[in-house]
Design a protein around this ligand. Structure first.
Ligand code: GDP
Length: 429
């Protein structure tokens, strides 16, 4: 069976941790979208890791880890990451790269940086990993698939000339840079070919066979519902689909095989990226600083960039919508332990838009005008970090979880009480 582990909100919900936990009973873990522009933090017996591209199953020897065709593969970062986990004592993971995956080119990263600089104050807060130019090229049919690297030189050169005909107009006319050199691009592609050769496989057939053989496959999403280019907060979105539905395409499994969609959400909100993005339940000032400082495993700072994340109270409007568009079958709630310092915990339960209160998540122009409506719940005022027995949690903590579940309308089945692998409870009501 196929299970998708995806973000209900803005990303950074703790998907890496939940994938690492659930990988124990799985055969294959697949990354199906995004690139090295976000990080999944995992803390286990080998230490603390921020995985950017590697699937979160790399710590377990029984698992085949796949970079699916939907991923924006940065070859340099992929190799660096493999080396860095192995150097820290993790046995060499079983890793495969789809032959249909496309590679992020150096000019994608440069274009990303040049465009953000051009946009200046109106920039998207990109990590400058080349993700938007990469996906634009994929859909404009001028990207390089891993399988292309193994084509003959003449065909590759022809493709390069076609690509550079377009890119060099941007380089010279819009960004006033030197044009790209066709030989240099070819050399880079050959470097990628050599580096990837040991990993390349027809993962499409492999995964369809695995499903037929009833293997357990985890699809690991990056970011969350709010960042989906169709159903998220456009245009403050990412450039690939963050939804479980896309997992079938980006990993290559039959849609009917996805039986379980585990939506991960934090017990409060956080968002990294542009400061212009509407973030209705945001907490600013000292209260925000304190939540940011106490959040996650060492404060709410981006795993890839170290940027401070914006923080907010739990938003039932956004999370309910986020779970709906993911098609959640269950919800994993992380970071409940973080809220133990609060006397009272505000929860955003409605949006006031033009004088009317709603619990429907709107499109961006309306979202820009939304003001939060809060319901305040009592805190539990004690440290629950590391608790592994749901029943042993303080009554107010369980009431908080019950309240969130009643508002989002999807069953919360796992409640995480700390960043480490074993700091988790299975919720029994
Ligand atoms: P991901 O991209 O969805 O995997 O999330 P990130 O790794 O970017 O951010 C989640 C942060 O929360 C990381 O710092 C995790 O170590 C941390 N984390 C995950 N679960 C818990 C939890 O239950 N409690 C605490 N305190 N931190 C957690």
């Amino acid at each position: 069976m196929v299970k998708a582990i995806v973000g209900a909100c803005w990303g950074d919900e703790g998907k890496g941790k939940i994938t690492d936990v659930l990988a124990e009973d799985s055969d294959i873990v697949v990354r199906f979208q995004g690139g090295s522009n976000a990080g999944h933090t995992i803390i286990n017996e080998y230490g603390k890791f921020a995985l950017h591209q590697l699937p979160s199953g790399v710590f377990r020897q029984n698992i085949t880890n796949i970079i699916g065709n939907g991923v924006a593969l940065s070859v340099e970062n992929f190799l660096k990451e493999v080396q860095s986990v192995v150097e820290r004592g993790v046995p060499t993971p079983k890793l495969l790269v789809s032959d249909r995956c496309q590679v992020v080119m150096p000019y994608h990263k440069e274009l990303d940086g040049m465009e953000e600089a051009r946009l200046a104050a109106k920039s998207f807060g990109s990590t400058k990993s080349g993700i938007a130019p990469f996906y634009s090229d994929k859909y404009a049919k001028i990207g390089f698939q891993v399988s292309d690297l193994f084509d003959d030189k003449d065909s590759i050169m022809e493709r390069i000339d076609h690509v550079l005909g377009l890119k060099n107009v941007l380089y010279t006319e819009l960004y006033h840079q030197k044009p790209l050199d066709r030989e240099e691009i070819y050399e880079k592609l050959m470097e990628y070919k050599e580096a990837l050769a040991p990993y390349v496989a027809d993962t499409t057939t492999l995964l369809h066979n695995a499903v037929k053989e009833d293997k357990t496959v985890l699809l690991e999403g990056q970011l969350g519902s709010m960042k989906d280019p169709d159903l998220g907060i456009f245009p403050l979105t990412t450039s690939s689909h963050t939804l479980a539905g896309f997992g079938c395409v980006g990993a290559a499994v039959p849609p009917t095989a996805v039986e379980d969609v585990i939506c991960v959400t934090k017990a409060y909100s956080s968002s990294v990226g542009s400061n212009t993005e509407p973030f209705v339940s945001e907490v600013l000032g000292e209260a925000g600083d304190e939540l940011r400082r106490r959040g996650g495993d060492k404060g709410e700072f981006g795993a890839t960039t170290g940027r401070p994340r914006r923080v907010g109270w739990f938003d039932t409007v956004a999370t309910k919508y986020g779970c709906m568009v993911q098609g959640a079958t269950q919800v994993a709630l992380t970071c409940l332990d973080v809220l133990g310092y609060l006397d009272e915990i505000p929860v955003c339960t409605g949006y006031e838009i033009d004088g009317t209160v709603t619990d429907r998540f709107p499109t961006t122009p309306e979202l820009m005008r939304a003001r939060p409506v809060f319901t305040t719940l009592p805190g539990w005022k004690c440290d629950i970090r590391g608790c592994t027995d749901y029943q042993a949690l303080p009554q107010q903590a369980k009431a908080y979880v019950d309240f969130l579940e009643s508002r989002i309308g999807y069953p919360i089945t796992l409640v995480s009480t700390g960043p480490k692998r074993n700091e988790i409870t299975v919720r029994q009501k």
